[in-house]
Design a protein around this ligand. Structure first.
Ligand SMILES: [Zn+2]
Ligand SMILES: [Zn+2]
Length: 93
């Protein structure tokens, strides 16, 4: 697997190590052409350091910035909104 296709999740040690000291992942849009076989290119939010993919989707407004499969940690966004796993994000007025 090439580095370009590396999509790490919360359980990966380098993902955990990336945020020691309360550093946030540095997510950037990252295009993977065929991560799961032939198909349309997909844009992920991927950390430039540890290759963690954000739980939230690229293009989403204020997406969850925890890495994939961060359960049981609640979802959390850069603006500080959080909500439980399996729960609905509260609509903001
Ligand atoms: Zn990272
Ligand atoms: Zn999340």
């Amino acid at each position: 697997m090439s580095d370009n296709e590396l999509l790490n999740a919360a359980r990966d040690p380098e993902v955990h190590a990336c945020t020691i000291g309360d550093v946030e992942h540095d997510y950037r849009p990252h295009i993977v052409v065929a991560a799961y076989g032939p198909g349309r290119p997909r844009t992920y939010l991927r950390c430039v350091w540890c290759h963690a993919v954000a739980c939230g989707n690229y293009g989403e407004t204020d997406p969850c910035i925890e890495p994939w499969h961060h359960e049981p940690k609640p979802h959390r966004t850069r603006s500080g909104v959080s909500w439980p796993i399996g729960g609905n994000r509260a609509e903001e007025g």
